[in-house]
Design a protein around this ligand. Sequence first.
Ligand code: XIL
Length: 367
Amino acid sequence: MSRLAGRREVLTGLALTPAALAWPGPRAKGTDLPASLARAAARSGRYFGAAARIDQLRAEEALRRTFLRDCAWVTPEVHMKWDALAPSPHQFAFEAADGLASFAKDHGLKLRGHALLWDPSTPVWAKSALAEGRDWAVVSRHFAAVVGRYREQVDTWDVVNEPIDAGAGPRSLKPNVFFQAFGPDYIARALQEARRHAPRARLAINEYGFDYDNPVERRRRAAFLRLLHDLKSRGAPLDAVGLQAHLDLGKGPLKAEIISPFLQRIADLGLKIAITELDVRERDFRLPLAERDRRVAEEVRAYLDIVLAHPAVEGVTTWGLTDRLSWLQDQETAARGDHNRGLPYDGQFRPKPMYWALRAALAGAVA
Ligand code: XIL
């Protein structure tokens, strides 16, 4: 048994005795694991980051401390979405986004801008204006205000978030408010618009639902590759893609023979890849806690071992750090009394087996 595997098992066994896992936990001494996720990732020239909210970082010292130890990048979980920034047409609300940007600057974190166009976070006033007027100026004013404001700081922008719908006609694009107003060209136009305001930022499309071997995700992968190919062949300023990687224990085993060729085809188009929203949705909440945590950790390890074998994958971001603040604690889960454990830390910032899986996978990845 390798040292790392042995270590993971030991920790899995400890998961039921929280005191034993209180940070700093069992020392990395005697193993060759670097002391944080960011340092583990840096070993292969990659980064580790997490989504965060400035109100939560301000309110919780333990979150702040954990975040600064483990993360080199931050993605605003909500503050840079259009509805958060522009509650009405002539009113901006930059306070939270500015706060997170300052936090990033003060601590030397890189910032991922998320996300310029996403139908569910488009404010009602903008949706009506787009539906009625089909006026691109609504989009360009938004980009000018937001991309312009953070141009010196945002490394990569998610310009379009979640455009794919594998069941939606020949182009497999969601018939969202932008598609309805401007047709399929809205994606290329958005990239050009973003480039005008941020000549140096990297521009990305961010998308979910590519990880498993089932007919829906197979169609989604094919549709996404078609979209990327089309954009590149038309010269659209697209530099990178974000793969959300919301893993799901109900969707069957992860397969390298499915994921690797997909990543390779993205890389072949000259695009960089980031894993942008990693977390794990559990399905069986009745299992013993140690078994649940083991399954989550194994899923993450399996996924990272596949994707980190690709040089085009530049970094990994989890969608938060602690289960307590995870978006996976949704209404449905809460109504059942379940608590999803799909992030590296529990509610008291004790590292769970997923944490050690992340650290070992990041540290062990080939540069
Ligand atoms: C989610 C946030 O986590 C929630 O707090 C918010 O209410 C809705 O958005 N895909 C994305 C993210 O690209 O922006 C979403 O974040 C999760 C799914």
